[in-house]
Design a protein around this ligand. Structure first.
Ligand code: HEC
Length: 150
């Protein structure tokens, strides 16, 4: 090592580097927060029923089998885009009816097919849940999931 690399120089590199990367970290955090608030979530359309639907989702641990925007378990289909899969963009009424019927017709009992329990949700809970799933389909995910099928 050159004698010019003194303890003071090492300390300056340490503190200088730490401060430099801390500033970058704060900047990226602020940018992420800004992006989430203004672009990726449709926060303006967060209604009471969406909030209630999220609680139905959590209370019944749907995530133990399903993924929501990629997070969760891989036993059952991705649901972040189930609204799109049920053609909710073209025909919201039919999509709601379809999801409603699905929730109340489980388990299907079809042999060899994975089964989903009957959660015995009330009509209100089911509609709130569907509002929540419709909301998640509007979150901008930069193309995730890559296919409508999940
Ligand atoms: C024990 C595991 C399990 C849990 C918990 C579960 N599901 Fe499912 N779900 C499944 C399986 C398996 C399927 C696929 C069944 C099939 O295709 O016959 C499914 C399918 C679905 C579908 C249809 C998806 C599609 O693309 O057609 C919806 C909607 C759904 N679940 C909603 C929910 C909601 C809402 C909850 C929580 C209240 C929930 N599920 C909890 C196992 C589960």
């Amino acid at each position: 090592m050159s004698e010019r690399f003194t303890k003071a120089a090492a300390r300056n590199i340490f503190y200088g580097g730490s401060i430099f990367f801390f500033i970058i970290f704060v900047g990226l955090t602020a940018q992420t927060d800004y992006y989430i608030r203004t672009t990726s979530t449709a926060s303006a359309e967060l209604s009471d029923s969406v909030r209630r639907g999220k609680h139905v989702w959590e209370k019944n641990s749907c995530i133990n089998c399903h993924t929501l925007l990629g997070e969760g378990a891989y036993f059952a289909p991705e649901l972040g885009n189930v609204w799109v899969r049920y053609n909710g963009l073209e025909d919201p009424k039919a999509a709601r009816e379809g999801l409603f019927a699905w929730m109340h017709s489980q388990p299907s009992g079809v042999e060899g097919r994975r089964q989903m329990p009957d959660f015995k949700l009330s009509d209100q809970e089911t509609n709130d849940l569907i509002d929540f799933l419709e909301f998640t389909s509007r979150v901008k995910t930069q193309g995730w999931p890559p296919k409508a099928s999940g």
